[in-house]
Design a protein around this ligand. Structure first.
Ligand code: MN
Length: 288
């Protein structure tokens, strides 16, 4: 049985640091994306070597997981745990902020000095209430770690970063059941893929255009959310392009979200701001 599309939504356009950003999540038209909180799609954007692309200065997070998927270019992360990590196209940084982390993020020194293209996704995955204060961790996932599956007679590739899909398991350790995959497709294919077997299934198109289940066209910067039931999704590729496939089990817990913190109550948010001001989330000096 085909898994029906529940809704297709468009993105808000915004800016984060040096990046032009499409924001498909949150938007008012899609009320339930649980356990996914926020999706920012930056670029593709070309930086001129004469104009230094600034990094996002050290800032804290608590209570959720900021995940960066790089589609073009390269980014550098530094954090208060002492991690410093650089990833390129097709690679992923998975931060579990837990009780608190301070990090800086943005283009690598190479992109800053020599210019170049950058395209990335930052996804905020919520943590369950009983895991919001766990010890923070940083996972860096490189090409060799991420299994690739081929669908639509090779016209669609899906790199499975987390969770189970198509008979493979992604390498990321997660704190609730979820699946994420980075996809690339070429024009002119029609076929069927397996629907991820999770209650929440979202498909975001970064570039290009797809027809889903024979009737819904999903263009660049649009997100399709699926109904709960069904095990297949029909896809026709109307152009070359790229996508992000997300699936997970909703946490169904209250969300108190402000700035860089995502907790369950306003009291916990106030504590988060106080703890950060008191240096309890660590410190990071970034001279870039
Ligand atoms: Mn951040």
């Amino acid at each position: 049985m085909k898994r029906p599309v529940r809704i297709i939504t468009s993105s808000l356009m915004t800016g984060v640091g040096p990046l032009v950003v499409a924001q498909p999540l949150p938007v008012s038209a899609l009320r339930n994306a649980d356990p996914f909180l926020l999706l920012h799609h930056a670029g593709p954007q070309t930086f001129d070597p004469q104009v230094k692309a600034h990094r996002i200065e050290p800032h804290p997070h608590r209570g959720f997981e900021p995940v960066t998927f790089v589609f073009k270019g390269s980014v550098l992360h530094r954090d208060s745990l002492g991690n410093e990590g650089q990833i390129g196209a097709g690679e992923v940084q998975w931060i579990t902020s837990g009780s608190g982390i301070v990090h800086s993020e943005g283009p690598t020194p190479e992109v800053q000095e020599s210019g170049g293209e950058l395209e990335l996704i930052q996804l905020w995955v919520n943590l369950p209430a009983n895991k919001k204060m766990i010890t923070p961790t940083y996972q860096e996932l490189h090409h060799g770690d991420i299994p690739r599956i081929h669908a639509l007679d090779g016209a669609l590739t899906l790199d499975v970063v987390a969770g189970e899909y198509g008979g493979v398991s992604g390498p990321a350790t997660t704190h609730s059941p979820l699946m994420t995959a980075m996809g690339h497709f070429t024009k002119g294919a029609v076929g069927t893929i397996a629907a991820p077997q999770y209650e929440q299934v979202l498909l975001y198109v970064l570039n290009g255009s797809l027809r889903i289940n024979g009737e819904h066209v999903v263009d660049r910067h649009h997100l399709a959310a699926f109904d709960i039931a069904g095990d297949t999704i029909d896809i026709e590729t109307l152009s070359d392009g790229s996508l992000l496939l997300l699936a997970g089990e909703p946490l169904r817990e209250p969300i108190a979200m402000h700035g860089p913190f995502v907790m369950n109550t306003d009291d916990e948010l106030r504590t988060a701001f106080r703890d950060f001001a008191g240096g309890k989330m660590g410190t990071l000096v970034d001279n870039e």
